[in-house]
Write a protein that binds this ligand. Structure first.
Ligand code: KG4
Ligand code: ZN
Length: 336
């Protein structure tokens, strides 16, 4: 089954053709980074406008790269939640128009489910059940993936997402957007013990995260240094911050692995590209004798290939939309 998949939840306009949820026939991403970098972050209105301008050509290129015409496509999948509402609406309405004019089934895909599915693209042997750590700009979730469309959230952030915290710390250091990515590039060789960031104590659920304390500590460290006329070492500060964020992610993931007895761990989302996280997760899984799956770097950030992968399993589960499908800014991954 060949699915034309569309992604427009944030600032990347993506289209891809994916066969049977596993084989990528094409994957096109029009990035808006050069424009948003001027503002230090994503400007939602600009993102929506650029999606409108790009989406037609991006979809046509995905078909051309796959060497297929629309007649050879079996279904259309689209990210419909969660994300920037104006951005999501562009993809959803384009997909609805295509579905209406071609008569092809329309498959709504949850953004976080598609991040998890990015792992199916590189690991043909990966099948649920497994534990997933989803770390992106907007979400930090520990999820039991019981089946391809069945989830149980066991932990999540109480405040900032891991990517959001890294973006903020990077901005304080004067690194350009996207901060997490540039912090990884600039600081991975720095001394991770040079600066101290507090580990949070989260009441209640053992598996919840909190990054706002680390973020506040970063702000205070920089302000104090400025007031005293001291210079901050960007590589050391960045390395220390990344290691603190990763330490918390590894600690909670390790606890969840032991409690659930999971034999497979999947990491997903933009922050899963982080070099420190990938290294530490390998060590954690080796220690716990758990099989680790990480998306290829090209599938960590937002892309449509992962939407095509998850779309296939949503279709098999009967999750097909009618033309009333709407975009939704916020939605739990386990919503039925
Ligand atoms: O999944 P994603 O592309 O978009 C959302 O769904 O949010 O994730 C974007 C986030 C941003 O915070 C970005 O800074 C972060 O992923 N990111 C990284 C790296 N690459 C992207 N964070 C740390 N290290 C990286 N190598
Ligand atoms: Zn994402």
């Amino acid at each position: 089954m060949k699915i034309l998949a569309i992604e427009s939840s944030c600032d990347d306009t993506g289209a891809a053709v994916v066969e049977d949820g596993r084989t990528v026939l094409s994957n096109v991403v029009a990035s808006q980074v050069p424009e948003h970098v001027l503002y230090g972050g994503v400007v939602p209105e600009i993102a929506s406008r650029r999606h409108c301008e790009n989406i037609s050509q991006v979809c046509q290129k995905a078909l051309d790269d796959a060497g297929l015409s629309l007649k050879e496509i079996d279904a259309i999948a689209v990210t419909y939640a969660p994300g920037l509402i104006g951005a999501l609406l562009v993809g959803v309405n384009f997909a609805k128009g295509l579905s209406y004019s071609t008569g092809l089934p329309l498959i709504p895909v949850h953004h976080l489910r598609s991040h998890v599915a990015s792992n199916y693209l590189s690991a043909p042997d990966l099948k649920p059940p497994f534990l997933a750590l989803i770390v992106s700009g907007g979400h930090t979730h520990l999820v039991e993936v019981r089946d391809y469309t069945e989830y149980r959230v066991i932990g999540q952030t109480r405040d900032d997402a891991a990517g959001e915290a890294m973006d903020k710390a990077a901005r304080l250091l004067g690194l350009p957007y996207p901060g997490g990515l540039n912090m990884d590039k600039t600081c991975s060789g720095g001394n991770p013990k040079a600066y101290h960031f507090p580990m949070p104590h989260v009441d209640g659920s053992n598996y919840d995260f909190s990054f706002s304390g680390m973020k506040t500590a970063a702000i205070n460290l920089i302000h104090n240094a400025e007031q005293k006329g001291e210079t901050i070492s960007v590589p050391d500060f960045g390395a220390s911050f990344m290691h603190s964020v990763v330490k918390l992610l590894v600690k909670k993931t390790g606890m969840a692995l032991r409690a659930t007895g999971a034999k497979q761990l999947v990491i997903a989302g933009g922050v899963s590209a982080n070099s420190v996280l990938r290294k530490e997760m390998l060590a954690l899984c080796k220690k716990n004798r758990v099989k680790l799956f990480m998306p290829e770097l090209r599938y960590c950030g937002d892309n449509a290939a992962m939407v095509g992968a998850q779309g296939y399993y949503e279709y098999l589960a009967g999750n097909v939309a009618d033309r009333k499908l709407n975009a939704i800014a916020s939605m739990d991954i386990d919503k039925k």
